[in-house]
Design a protein around this ligand. Structure first.
Ligand code: SME
Length: 164
């Protein structure tokens, strides 16, 4: 796929997400819709989930993809998801088979991006996307998903998390 095609798809999904975010309803329906929009619009997003922090765990709140994951609760600090929550920073893994932190969900997954959802310094959740393509995620995916994370943070209840 050309860079121009990728850019056009990311621009299109951002417009769809902006329209959805403009509607007033809240989590969990909003989280489910966001996962579905991302997974169905972007061909290299094969599984999309949103985890929310509960105590010292990440709990799967919504997902879209071909199959359910067994990792519905992930302790903060474990896996790529737990590392991103602990660090409060986006993690892009170009080849999950080379990363010892990786917790496998699907045999077909080759790369992953995890973007924390933050309220001030607190991590309250994250967006987790798996791709069947190697090195599927670049800085444009990061920019889109970090924008989305900040939009979701404004719509989630404020609370202190234990991840910070
Ligand atoms: N691969 C993640 C676990 C969650 S699944 O991708 C849905 C990780 O390493 O934390």
């Amino acid at each position: 796929m050309s860079q121009a095609t990728r850019d056009a798809i990311l621009q299109q999904v951002r417009q769809t997400l902006e329209a959805r975010l403009a509607l007033s309803d809240q989590i969990p329906q909003l989280a489910e819709d966001v996962c579905r929009i991302l997974e169905r619009t972007v061909p290299w997003y094969d599984w999309v989930g949103i985890y929310l922090v509960e105590g010292d765990e990440l709990v799967l709140a919504a997902w879209s993809g071909p199959a359910a994951t067994e990792h519905v609760r992930i302790p903060i600090g474990q896996g790529i998801c737990g590392a991103a929550a602990r660090e409060g920073q986006t993690i892009i893994v170009p080849d999950v088979r080379q990363d010892p932190r990786y917790l496998q969900c699907f045999l077909s997954t080759r790369s992953e991006i995890v973007v924390p959802i933050r309220q001030d310094e607190d991590v309250i959740g994250e967006i987790d996307i798996d791709s069947d393509e190697l090195a599927a995620f670049d800085e444009k995916d990061r920019a889109l998903l970090e924008w989305l994370a900040s939009e979701l943070a404004e719509r989630l209840p404020h609370h202190r998390a234990s991840a910070a």
